[in-house]
Design a protein. Sequence first.
Length: 198
Amino acid sequence: MAVVRTLLGCLLALASHAACAELPAPAPAPRQVLEFDTARSRFGFEIRTRLGQRIEGVFPRFEGRIEVLSDGRHQVHLRMFTRYVEIPGKQRYTGWMRGEEFFDSARYPVVEFDSVPYWPEVVDKGGGVQGRLILRGVSHPETLRVEPAECPRAGYDCDVVSRGTVQRGRYGMDSWQLALSDRVTFVLRARLSEAPKP
């Protein structure tokens, strides 16, 4: 009986080890969270007419944070509230952008972007930050292109500038194809609320 118990114990241990080996490795836990300074940051978008005119809009209300992961990588999370989107000085255009043919803010009040983890050197040197955009309830992978930093402490002493161009038709925003380009470029100028603590 002792031999049987020993064999059973070994089999259970092996089964448990195999089950654990099949589980995906957990993502590193956030070590620190850096909040965006909403007073000094600017989130907006650009779209061109078929005649080449550029229309610029802004998101007066938004949220943003960067999670500093335990392995040193960063992960950014953005939320832009479409109910407050506006085209400055153009009330009719503002109504269109909030309406059901564009952002449809009554049904989809938030645009979200969650990046995959990236190394912070991207902010200094520039490069792509990949992630997933949720717009009008539709989700697609997209890339933010970060411009090289203009100062040693980007995000504190100067803006972190990034742009992401999407095809609006992929998100159900396919009205006005004869008047407006299919491409919408989100423009983010981000500042952080306080310097990271050692």
